[in-house]
Design a protein around this ligand. Structure first.
Ligand SMILES: C[S@@+](CC[C@H](N)C(=O)[O-])C[C@H]1O[C@@H](n2cnc3c(N)ncnc32)[C@H](O)[C@@H]1O
Length: 227
């Protein structure tokens, strides 16, 4: 049976298919915006909060976990794709768990950390709403939730500026990639509402600027729990 064209399940299916080319692209620094701007931007944002423990949800092949682990931080990574978790474990650096967002939302992950990070990993609809509901219970008092994602204004294109599913694309990636994942576009207002409705205080928003285009390469939201 085929999964719906636009759904959270379709996103997972696509990452399963593209796990190996993705691992190569990340590890060989093939994604220019990551190498130049967004990798450093999320590392700096997290380090700024001085966490002793971090949970990286949707960790992929685990690069961020490894980076943070070299800074003496206790890091756990979760992802739903078996091949990505296998690659992450092989490279080491942290504790990697095979868990979907739905499982995390259902309380299957028992951790209490200073910060939760999601780096370009919140791409769906219901699965993302479930993560936002679950994160407060995974954080220590005054914990931080850091989300780096596509900048809504930069990625809206010619379509109306309103929430909705969008077709995926691997433009700019190697021919090894196929079956692009759909993604759920959220306006800036909707992202902020996700934080506020789930009890976070949004303490900062960062817009890392691409040095050549002088446009935002991403957006980073930094939320904090009250207690
Ligand atoms: C663009 S990749 C980012 C990976 C990693 N955070 C990084 O910075 O390289 C998106 C990740 O989200 C994961 N993902 C998407 N939907 C998921 C779900 N429902 N449950 C768990 N992981 C999911 C994918 O498997 C993939 O590893």
């Amino acid at each position: 049976m085929h999964t719906k064209l636009y759904s959270d399940a379709k996103i997972v299916e696509s990452w399963g298919i593209n796990a190996l080319p993705w691992t190569t692209a990340v590890r060989e620094g093939q994604i220019e915006s990551r190498k130049q701007i967004t990798d450093q931007a999320i590392i700096e944002t997290i380090l700024n909060r001085l966490p002793r423990s971090v949970l990286d949800i949707g960790c992929g092949e685990g690069w961020l976990v490894r980076e943070l682990a070299t800074r003496n931080i206790d890091v756990t990574g979760t992802d739903v794709v078996q091949k990505l978790i296998k690659e992450a474990r092989r490279a080491g650096g942290g504790d990697f768990r095979l868990l979907s967002y739905e499982e995390v939302a259902a309380g299957k992950l028992k951790v209490s950390v200073d910060a939760v990070a999601c780096n370009f990993a919140l791409l769906g609809k219901e699965s993302v709403e479930g993560i936002f509901e679950a994160v407060p219970s995974l954080l220590n008092p005054h914990g931080t939730f850091v989300v780096q994602t596509l900048h809504p204004v930069m990625t809206c294109g010619d379509l109306p500026y309103r929430d909705g599913w969008r077709e995926g694309s691997w433009a700019g990636f190697s021919s090894e990639f196929s079956h692009p994942a759909p993604w759920f576009f959220r306006t800036l207002e909707s992202w902020i509402k996700l934080f506020v409705d789930n009890g976070f205080k949004l303490c900062e928003v960062r817009e890392p600027i691409h040095p050549k285009t002088l446009k935002p390469a991403s957006i980073i939201f930094i939320g904090e729990t009250a207690d």
